[in-house]
Design a protein around this ligand. Structure first.
Ligand SMILES: *Cc1c(COP(=O)(O)O)cnc(C)c1O
Length: 402
Protein backbone atom coordinates (compact mmCIF):
# COMPACT_ATOMS: atom_id res chain seq x y z
CA UNK A 1 0.00 0.00 0.00
CA UNK A 2 1.36 3.48 -0.92
CA UNK A 3 0.25 6.43 1.19
CA UNK A 4 0.49 10.00 -0.16
CA UNK A 5 -1.49 13.23 -0.36
CA UNK A 6 -3.86 13.88 -3.24
CA UNK A 7 -5.17 17.37 -4.02
CA UNK A 8 -8.98 17.43 -3.79
CA UNK A 9 -9.08 19.92 -6.67
CA UNK A 10 -6.44 18.97 -9.27
CA UNK A 11 -5.67 15.37 -8.13
CA UNK A 12 -1.89 15.94 -8.02
CA UNK A 13 -0.09 13.58 -5.61
CA UNK A 14 2.47 14.77 -3.05
CA UNK A 15 4.55 13.00 -0.44
CA UNK A 16 3.29 13.46 3.13
CA UNK A 17 5.54 15.94 4.96
CA UNK A 18 4.81 18.32 7.84
CA UNK A 19 5.71 21.35 5.67
CA UNK A 20 2.97 20.78 3.11
CA UNK A 21 -0.59 21.66 4.11
CA UNK A 22 -2.40 22.58 0.87
CA UNK A 23 -1.69 21.97 -2.84
CA UNK A 24 0.73 24.75 -3.84
CA UNK A 25 -0.72 25.05 -7.37
CA UNK A 26 -4.34 25.43 -6.31
CA UNK A 27 -3.48 27.54 -3.24
CA UNK A 28 -1.68 30.05 -5.46
CA UNK A 29 -5.14 31.07 -6.75
CA UNK A 30 -6.51 31.60 -3.24
CA UNK A 31 -8.43 34.83 -2.63
CA UNK A 32 -9.50 35.99 0.80
CA UNK A 33 -13.25 35.86 0.01
CA UNK A 34 -13.64 32.12 -0.53
CA UNK A 35 -13.09 28.72 1.14
CA UNK A 36 -9.63 27.12 1.20
CA UNK A 37 -8.22 26.07 -2.14
CA UNK A 38 -6.16 22.92 -2.64
CA UNK A 39 -7.32 20.95 0.42
CA UNK A 40 -5.25 17.73 0.53
CA UNK A 41 -6.60 14.29 1.32
CA UNK A 42 -4.61 11.24 2.38
CA UNK A 43 -4.66 8.71 -0.45
CA UNK A 44 -4.13 4.96 -0.05
CA UNK A 45 -3.09 3.23 -3.25
CA UNK A 46 -3.42 -0.52 -3.68
CA UNK A 47 -4.94 -0.94 -0.23
CA UNK A 48 -4.74 -4.41 1.21
CA UNK A 49 -6.65 -5.31 4.31
CA UNK A 50 -7.66 -8.53 6.02
CA UNK A 51 -11.41 -8.04 5.83
CA UNK A 52 -12.39 -10.66 8.38
CA UNK A 53 -9.90 -9.18 10.84
CA UNK A 54 -11.27 -5.68 10.18
CA UNK A 55 -14.81 -6.62 11.18
CA UNK A 56 -13.96 -8.83 14.13
CA UNK A 57 -10.73 -7.56 15.66
CA UNK A 58 -10.98 -6.55 19.32
CA UNK A 59 -7.67 -4.65 19.36
CA UNK A 60 -7.47 -1.30 17.59
CA UNK A 61 -5.30 -2.58 14.74
CA UNK A 62 -8.41 -2.37 12.48
CA UNK A 63 -8.21 1.39 13.00
CA UNK A 64 -4.45 1.93 12.67
CA UNK A 65 -4.44 -0.20 9.49
CA UNK A 66 -6.44 2.63 7.89
CA UNK A 67 -4.43 5.60 9.21
CA UNK A 68 -1.25 7.20 7.82
CA UNK A 69 0.94 6.83 10.92
CA UNK A 70 1.58 3.98 13.38
CA UNK A 71 0.02 3.67 16.83
CA UNK A 72 3.27 4.47 18.70
CA UNK A 73 2.99 8.20 17.85
CA UNK A 74 -0.55 8.68 19.22
CA UNK A 75 -1.19 10.38 22.56
CA UNK A 76 -2.13 7.92 25.31
CA UNK A 77 -5.76 8.95 25.42
CA UNK A 78 -8.94 6.96 24.69
CA UNK A 79 -10.16 8.98 21.69
CA UNK A 80 -13.17 7.75 19.73
CA UNK A 81 -14.87 4.42 20.37
CA UNK A 82 -17.84 6.55 21.36
CA UNK A 83 -21.18 4.87 22.09
CA UNK A 84 -23.91 4.35 19.51
CA UNK A 85 -27.22 4.99 21.29
CA UNK A 86 -30.51 3.30 20.47
CA UNK A 87 -32.96 5.94 21.72
CA UNK A 88 -36.19 3.96 22.32
CA UNK A 89 -38.54 6.88 23.08
CA UNK A 90 -37.39 8.86 20.05
CA UNK A 91 -37.63 5.78 17.83
CA UNK A 92 -41.26 5.34 18.87
CA UNK A 93 -42.19 8.99 18.64
CA UNK A 94 -40.66 9.46 15.18
CA UNK A 95 -41.64 5.97 14.00
CA UNK A 96 -38.04 5.31 13.03
CA UNK A 97 -37.12 1.93 14.53
CA UNK A 98 -33.58 2.08 13.14
CA UNK A 99 -32.57 5.46 14.53
CA UNK A 100 -29.14 5.63 16.19
CA UNK A 101 -27.27 8.51 17.83
CA UNK A 102 -23.47 8.50 17.74
CA UNK A 103 -22.51 10.42 20.87
CA UNK A 104 -19.20 12.13 20.26
CA UNK A 105 -19.65 14.29 23.34
CA UNK A 106 -18.30 11.16 25.05
CA UNK A 107 -14.78 11.88 23.78
CA UNK A 108 -12.06 12.75 26.36
CA UNK A 109 -12.45 16.53 25.96
CA UNK A 110 -16.20 16.19 25.31
CA UNK A 111 -16.28 16.94 21.59
CA UNK A 112 -15.84 15.32 18.19
CA UNK A 113 -12.73 17.49 17.64
CA UNK A 114 -10.59 14.97 19.54
CA UNK A 115 -10.59 12.77 16.45
CA UNK A 116 -8.75 15.46 14.46
CA UNK A 117 -6.49 16.64 17.30
CA UNK A 118 -5.35 13.09 18.00
CA UNK A 119 -4.08 12.64 14.44
CA UNK A 120 -2.50 16.09 14.24
CA UNK A 121 -0.71 15.40 17.53
CA UNK A 122 0.60 12.06 16.21
CA UNK A 123 1.67 13.68 12.94
CA UNK A 124 3.61 16.36 14.81
CA UNK A 125 5.15 13.75 17.13
CA UNK A 126 6.24 11.60 14.19
CA UNK A 127 8.10 14.57 12.69
CA UNK A 128 9.54 15.98 15.92
CA UNK A 129 7.37 19.14 15.86
CA UNK A 130 6.68 20.28 19.43
CA UNK A 131 4.47 23.34 18.94
CA UNK A 132 0.95 23.21 17.54
CA UNK A 133 -1.00 26.37 16.72
CA UNK A 134 -4.69 26.74 15.86
CA UNK A 135 -7.79 28.88 15.65
CA UNK A 136 -11.04 27.56 17.01
CA UNK A 137 -14.61 28.52 17.87
CA UNK A 138 -13.81 26.72 21.15
CA UNK A 139 -13.94 22.94 20.85
CA UNK A 140 -10.99 22.38 18.50
CA UNK A 141 -8.93 24.52 20.87
CA UNK A 142 -9.90 22.76 24.08
CA UNK A 143 -9.48 19.44 22.30
CA UNK A 144 -5.99 20.19 20.98
CA UNK A 145 -5.04 21.53 24.42
CA UNK A 146 -6.13 18.30 26.13
CA UNK A 147 -4.51 15.97 23.65
CA UNK A 148 -1.36 18.11 23.58
CA UNK A 149 -1.24 17.79 27.38
CA UNK A 150 -1.35 13.99 27.16
CA UNK A 151 1.27 13.99 24.38
CA UNK A 152 3.59 16.56 26.02
CA UNK A 153 3.24 19.16 23.25
CA UNK A 154 3.00 22.94 23.46
CA UNK A 155 -0.33 24.31 22.21
CA UNK A 156 -1.16 27.89 21.19
CA UNK A 157 -4.87 28.71 20.78
CA UNK A 158 -6.53 31.63 19.04
CA UNK A 159 -10.15 31.90 20.19
CA UNK A 160 -12.83 34.56 19.75
CA UNK A 161 -13.27 36.34 23.10
CA UNK A 162 -16.98 35.53 22.78
CA UNK A 163 -16.44 31.72 22.95
CA UNK A 164 -18.43 29.98 25.74
CA UNK A 165 -16.50 30.31 28.96
CA UNK A 166 -16.38 26.54 29.60
CA UNK A 167 -14.37 26.09 26.39
CA UNK A 168 -11.90 28.86 27.33
CA UNK A 169 -11.39 27.45 30.82
CA UNK A 170 -10.90 23.97 29.41
CA UNK A 171 -7.99 25.20 27.28
CA UNK A 172 -6.43 26.94 30.28
CA UNK A 173 -6.89 23.90 32.50
CA UNK A 174 -4.95 21.77 30.03
CA UNK A 175 -2.16 24.35 30.12
CA UNK A 176 -2.42 25.80 26.61
CA UNK A 177 -1.21 29.27 25.66
CA UNK A 178 -4.59 30.97 25.21
CA UNK A 179 -4.82 34.06 22.97
CA UNK A 180 -8.21 35.78 22.86
CA UNK A 181 -9.13 37.50 19.63
CA UNK A 182 -11.07 40.72 19.43
CA UNK A 183 -13.15 39.50 16.51
CA UNK A 184 -14.90 36.41 15.20
CA UNK A 185 -13.68 32.92 14.36
CA UNK A 186 -12.74 33.86 10.79
CA UNK A 187 -10.41 36.52 12.20
CA UNK A 188 -8.89 34.00 14.65
CA UNK A 189 -8.29 31.64 11.69
CA UNK A 190 -6.33 34.31 9.82
CA UNK A 191 -4.29 35.25 12.91
CA UNK A 192 -3.33 31.61 13.59
CA UNK A 193 -2.11 31.29 10.00
CA UNK A 194 0.00 34.43 10.31
CA UNK A 195 1.39 33.33 13.70
CA UNK A 196 2.77 30.11 12.18
CA UNK A 197 4.40 32.02 9.36
CA UNK A 198 6.16 34.30 11.83
CA UNK A 199 6.94 31.94 14.72
CA UNK A 200 6.74 28.42 13.24
CA UNK A 201 4.95 25.40 14.71
CA UNK A 202 2.48 23.04 13.10
CA UNK A 203 -0.80 24.67 12.12
CA UNK A 204 -3.90 22.64 13.06
CA UNK A 205 -6.47 24.99 11.53
CA UNK A 206 -9.41 22.89 10.47
CA UNK A 207 -9.37 21.65 6.85
CA UNK A 208 -6.00 23.38 6.30
CA UNK A 209 -4.07 20.64 8.09
CA UNK A 210 -4.91 17.48 6.08
CA UNK A 211 -4.80 15.35 9.25
CA UNK A 212 -7.94 17.11 10.54
CA UNK A 213 -10.12 15.55 7.84
CA UNK A 214 -8.23 12.27 8.04
CA UNK A 215 -8.80 12.11 11.82
CA UNK A 216 -12.47 12.97 11.49
CA UNK A 217 -12.99 10.04 9.12
CA UNK A 218 -12.60 7.63 12.05
CA UNK A 219 -16.23 8.20 13.07
CA UNK A 220 -17.45 6.59 9.83
CA UNK A 221 -15.22 3.58 10.40
CA UNK A 222 -16.56 3.15 13.94
CA UNK A 223 -20.21 3.56 13.01
CA UNK A 224 -19.81 0.97 10.24
CA UNK A 225 -18.23 -1.54 12.60
CA UNK A 226 -20.82 -0.87 15.30
CA UNK A 227 -23.72 -1.41 12.86
CA UNK A 228 -22.12 -4.20 10.85
CA UNK A 229 -22.69 -2.19 7.66
CA UNK A 230 -22.92 1.40 6.43
CA UNK A 231 -26.14 3.20 7.47
CA UNK A 232 -28.53 4.69 4.88
CA UNK A 233 -28.43 8.26 6.24
CA UNK A 234 -26.04 10.26 8.41
CA UNK A 235 -27.01 13.68 9.83
CA UNK A 236 -24.05 15.99 10.48
CA UNK A 237 -24.05 19.59 11.66
CA UNK A 238 -21.89 21.85 9.60
CA UNK A 239 -19.80 24.99 10.17
CA UNK A 240 -16.48 24.79 8.33
CA UNK A 241 -17.59 21.54 6.68
CA UNK A 242 -14.55 19.67 7.93
CA UNK A 243 -16.55 17.08 9.89
CA UNK A 244 -18.67 16.61 6.77
CA UNK A 245 -15.53 16.12 4.65
CA UNK A 246 -14.17 13.68 7.24
CA UNK A 247 -17.39 11.66 7.37
CA UNK A 248 -17.27 11.34 3.58
CA UNK A 249 -13.56 10.43 3.67
CA UNK A 250 -14.29 7.56 6.04
CA UNK A 251 -17.04 6.09 3.88
CA UNK A 252 -15.00 6.63 0.69
CA UNK A 253 -12.06 4.74 2.24
CA UNK A 254 -14.32 1.93 3.45
CA UNK A 255 -15.71 1.66 -0.07
CA UNK A 256 -12.25 1.69 -1.63
CA UNK A 257 -10.99 -0.95 0.81
CA UNK A 258 -13.96 -3.15 -0.18
CA UNK A 259 -15.58 -3.07 3.27
CA UNK A 260 -18.92 -1.46 2.30
CA UNK A 261 -20.86 -1.36 -0.96
CA UNK A 262 -22.34 2.14 -0.84
CA UNK A 263 -21.70 5.62 0.54
CA UNK A 264 -24.66 6.74 2.73
CA UNK A 265 -26.74 9.84 2.06
CA UNK A 266 -25.08 12.52 4.16
CA UNK A 267 -27.24 15.41 5.39
CA UNK A 268 -25.31 18.60 6.12
CA UNK A 269 -27.34 20.62 8.62
CA UNK A 270 -26.69 24.32 9.17
CA UNK A 271 -28.34 27.07 11.17
CA UNK A 272 -30.28 29.61 9.11
CA UNK A 273 -27.99 32.14 10.78
CA UNK A 274 -24.79 30.51 9.47
CA UNK A 275 -25.70 29.01 6.11
CA UNK A 276 -22.94 29.86 3.61
CA UNK A 277 -22.45 26.24 2.54
CA UNK A 278 -26.19 25.73 1.97
CA UNK A 279 -26.42 28.88 -0.14
CA UNK A 280 -23.44 27.69 -2.23
CA UNK A 281 -25.08 24.25 -2.56
CA UNK A 282 -28.19 25.91 -4.01
CA UNK A 283 -26.27 28.43 -6.14
CA UNK A 284 -26.16 27.48 -9.86
CA UNK A 285 -22.36 27.92 -9.99
CA UNK A 286 -21.68 26.82 -6.43
CA UNK A 287 -20.59 30.30 -5.40
CA UNK A 288 -19.64 30.92 -1.74
CA UNK A 289 -20.86 34.29 -0.51
CA UNK A 290 -19.92 35.09 3.09
CA UNK A 291 -22.55 36.49 5.42
CA UNK A 292 -21.87 37.41 9.07
CA UNK A 293 -22.86 34.36 11.14
CA UNK A 294 -24.99 34.95 14.24
CA UNK A 295 -26.24 31.52 15.30
CA UNK A 296 -26.57 30.54 18.98
CA UNK A 297 -24.81 27.27 18.02
CA UNK A 298 -21.32 28.73 18.48
CA UNK A 299 -19.45 25.70 17.12
CA UNK A 300 -21.03 26.10 13.69
CA UNK A 301 -20.94 29.90 13.58
CA UNK A 302 -18.72 30.51 10.55
CA UNK A 303 -18.90 33.23 7.89
CA UNK A 304 -16.88 31.35 5.26
CA UNK A 305 -16.58 27.55 5.62
CA UNK A 306 -12.87 26.63 5.39
CA UNK A 307 -13.63 23.22 3.87
CA UNK A 308 -16.44 24.62 1.72
CA UNK A 309 -15.22 23.68 -1.77
CA UNK A 310 -14.19 20.24 -0.67
CA UNK A 311 -17.44 19.55 1.22
CA UNK A 312 -19.59 20.85 -1.64
CA UNK A 313 -17.83 18.70 -4.25
CA UNK A 314 -18.51 15.58 -2.19
CA UNK A 315 -22.15 16.47 -1.46
CA UNK A 316 -22.70 16.83 -5.22
CA UNK A 317 -20.74 13.70 -6.15
CA UNK A 318 -22.47 11.39 -3.64
CA UNK A 319 -26.01 12.81 -3.69
CA UNK A 320 -25.73 14.46 -0.27
CA UNK A 321 -28.25 16.95 1.03
CA UNK A 322 -27.86 20.38 2.57
CA UNK A 323 -30.53 21.90 4.80
CA UNK A 324 -30.96 24.70 7.33
CA UNK A 325 -32.90 24.89 10.58
CA UNK A 326 -33.91 27.87 12.71
CA UNK A 327 -32.05 28.57 15.96
CA UNK A 328 -35.33 28.05 17.90
CA UNK A 329 -35.58 24.58 16.36
CA UNK A 330 -32.02 23.81 17.43
CA UNK A 331 -32.90 24.70 21.03
CA UNK A 332 -36.09 22.61 20.81
CA UNK A 333 -34.18 19.65 19.39
CA UNK A 334 -31.59 19.98 22.15
CA UNK A 335 -34.29 19.87 24.83
CA UNK A 336 -36.10 16.99 23.14
CA UNK A 337 -32.97 14.86 22.98
CA UNK A 338 -32.25 15.62 26.65
CA UNK A 339 -35.79 14.80 27.77
CA UNK A 340 -36.55 11.84 25.53
CA UNK A 341 -33.18 10.15 25.20
CA UNK A 342 -31.26 11.42 28.22
CA UNK A 343 -28.57 12.74 25.90
CA UNK A 344 -27.56 16.34 26.61
CA UNK A 345 -25.72 17.75 23.61
CA UNK A 346 -24.45 21.27 22.93
CA UNK A 347 -26.50 23.26 20.39
CA UNK A 348 -24.23 22.45 17.42
CA UNK A 349 -24.59 18.75 18.21
CA UNK A 350 -28.36 19.03 18.51
CA UNK A 351 -28.42 20.77 15.12
CA UNK A 352 -27.96 17.39 13.43
CA UNK A 353 -31.03 16.09 15.28
CA UNK A 354 -33.00 19.22 14.36
CA UNK A 355 -32.09 18.36 10.76
CA UNK A 356 -33.57 14.88 11.10
CA UNK A 357 -36.79 16.34 12.57
CA UNK A 358 -37.01 18.71 9.60
CA UNK A 359 -36.33 15.95 7.06
CA UNK A 360 -38.41 13.22 8.71
CA UNK A 361 -40.91 12.98 5.84
CA UNK A 362 -38.16 12.33 3.31
CA UNK A 363 -36.87 9.27 5.17
CA UNK A 364 -38.28 5.76 4.83
CA UNK A 365 -39.52 4.18 8.07
CA UNK A 366 -37.12 1.25 8.02
CA UNK A 367 -33.99 3.04 6.89
CA UNK A 368 -30.90 3.04 9.09
CA UNK A 369 -30.22 6.54 10.36
CA UNK A 370 -27.30 7.89 12.35
CA UNK A 371 -27.46 11.31 14.00
CA UNK A 372 -24.02 12.53 14.97
CA UNK A 373 -23.97 14.58 18.18
CA UNK A 374 -20.67 16.36 18.25
CA UNK A 375 -20.28 18.03 21.65
CA UNK A 376 -21.44 17.64 25.26
CA UNK A 377 -24.22 19.88 26.59
CA UNK A 378 -22.12 21.17 29.49
CA UNK A 379 -19.81 22.86 26.98
CA UNK A 380 -22.30 25.74 26.84
CA UNK A 381 -24.74 25.79 29.77
CA UNK A 382 -25.69 29.41 29.17
CA UNK A 383 -27.30 28.73 25.79
CA UNK A 384 -28.88 25.50 27.06
CA UNK A 385 -30.51 27.51 29.86
CA UNK A 386 -32.39 29.61 27.32
CA UNK A 387 -34.28 26.45 26.33
CA UNK A 388 -35.32 25.80 29.96
CA UNK A 389 -37.74 27.54 32.35
CA UNK A 390 -36.24 30.03 34.85
CA UNK A 391 -34.72 28.36 37.89
CA UNK A 392 -37.32 28.02 40.67
CA UNK A 393 -37.11 30.19 43.82
CA UNK A 394 -35.36 28.36 46.69
CA UNK A 395 -37.54 26.90 49.42
CA UNK A 396 -36.95 26.29 53.11
CA UNK A 397 -39.87 23.98 53.74
CA UNK A 398 -42.13 21.68 51.73
CA UNK A 399 -45.12 23.84 52.72
CA UNK A 400 -43.91 26.43 50.23
CA UNK A 401 -44.49 24.05 47.33
CA UNK A 402 -47.64 24.95 45.43
C1 LIG B 1 -16.60 21.97 15.13
C2 LIG B 1 -17.94 21.49 15.50
C3 LIG B 1 -18.94 21.29 14.55
C4 LIG B 1 -18.80 21.62 13.08
O1 LIG B 1 -17.69 21.06 12.45
P1 LIG B 1 -17.14 21.73 11.10
O2 LIG B 1 -16.03 20.86 10.71
O3 LIG B 1 -16.73 23.12 11.47
O4 LIG B 1 -18.25 21.74 10.13
C5 LIG B 1 -20.16 20.81 14.97
N1 LIG B 1 -20.40 20.56 16.27
C6 LIG B 1 -19.46 20.75 17.21
C7 LIG B 1 -19.82 20.47 18.62
C8 LIG B 1 -18.20 21.21 16.87
O5 LIG B 1 -17.30 21.42 17.83
Amino acid sequence: MTVSYICSECATHYPITPDLMVCPNCASQQTSEEPLRGVLEVSYENPSIDKEHWWLSTTRSWLFDMLPMPEEFFAPMPVGNTPLWEPRNLREELDLPNLFIKDDGANPTASFKDRASWLVSAFAKQHGVENIVLASTGNAGSSMAGIGAAAGQKITLFLPASAPVAKLIQGQQYGANLILVDGNYDKAFALAMEYCKRFGGMNRNTAYNPMTIEGKKTVSLEVTRQMGKAPDHVFVSCGDGCILSGVYKGFKDLYQFGLIDKVPTIWAVQSENSDTLTRAFNHPEGKFEAKPATTIADSISVDMPASGYHALRQLKEFGGRCITVADEDILKAQKKMSEKAGLFSEPAGATAFAGLLAARNEIGRDEQIVVLTTGHGLKDPKTAATGCPDLPAPIASLDELA
